[in-house]
Design a protein around this ligand. Structure first.
Ligand code: DAO
Ligand code: DAO
Length: 205
């Protein structure tokens, strides 16, 4: 399966499959308002998981639901976030003036709020451990590909253009990063819906 999917607004291409037979479940767009004025497209993203693994791990609890029940089921996405199932978020940068400073700031805001939501207020150290992976002299021009992947044992690996820049073992961090895309208040609602529909079909098989 060497197909690719193109995000239509930005032209970003996503491979159909990444490592360990994780297949593309859905794509979306991360936008951000700058100066409280205009929304800019920052990156396109694709979310991946091995569907057999999802089925094996979650079917026991959710097998009794039909696919359409599952789409409405908040517990299902929460369980997926907390689980130890391998998942990958692939980001393709479309904003051409991204500085490491603005990545750090955005991350403190987006991931920081999730760390607080799931783990309480004492997570500055964890946030700092993550952001200190980004060095000030790193460049992330338009077209850069960043991969965040959760591997067994709740290890979050960060890769930039195929090169690993660091890994952190933390269930809370993994859950918080995935929450941005498939949690309660996702960056791209339509993308989340699409991903959940796709996973629901796994349970019909
Ligand atoms: O130039 O300060 C600015 C505005 C750009 C907004 C950038 C948001 C960064 C979002 C996180 C990107 C993670 C790769
Ligand atoms: O979109 O708000 C957001 C956060 C997304 C997580 C991005 C982490 C990417 C880290 C890349 C560092 C590049 C030097």
């Amino acid at each position: 399966s060497d197909f690719t999917v193109t995000e239509s607004k930005t032209g970003s291409c996503f491979p159909g499959v990444v490592k360990d037979s994780q297949t593309l479940l859905g794509i979306g767009l991360r936008r951000k308002s700058i100066f409280g004025l205009k929304n800019v497209d920052v990156y396109a993203f694709g979310i991946y998981a091995n569907e057999d693994e999802v089925q094996k791990n979650l079917k026991e609890n959710h097998g009794k639901f039909s696919a359409s029940d599952l789409k409405e089921n908040k517990d299902f996405s929460e369980e997926l976030l907390k689980s130890d199932i391998n998942m990958t978020v692939r980001l393709q940068i479309v904003y051409s003036r991204l500085s490491i400073r603005s990545v750090r700031n955005a991350f403190e805001e987006s991931v920081g709020s999730r760390l607080q939501k799931f783990g309480g207020p004492d997570n500055k150290e964890l946030l700092y451990r993550f952001t200190s992976q980004f060095k000030d002299d790193m460049k992330i021009p338009k077209g850069s590909v960043i991969e965040l992947s959760r591997d067994h044992g709740h290890v979050l690996h960060t890769k930039i253009d195929g090169v690993e820049v660091g890994s952190i073992k933390s269930k809370l961090l993994c859950q918080s990063v995935l929450d941005l895309y498939i949690g309660e208040d996702p960056f791209d609602r339509q993308a989340k819906e699409h991903i959940m529909n796709r996973l629901a079909t796994v349970f019909d098989e």
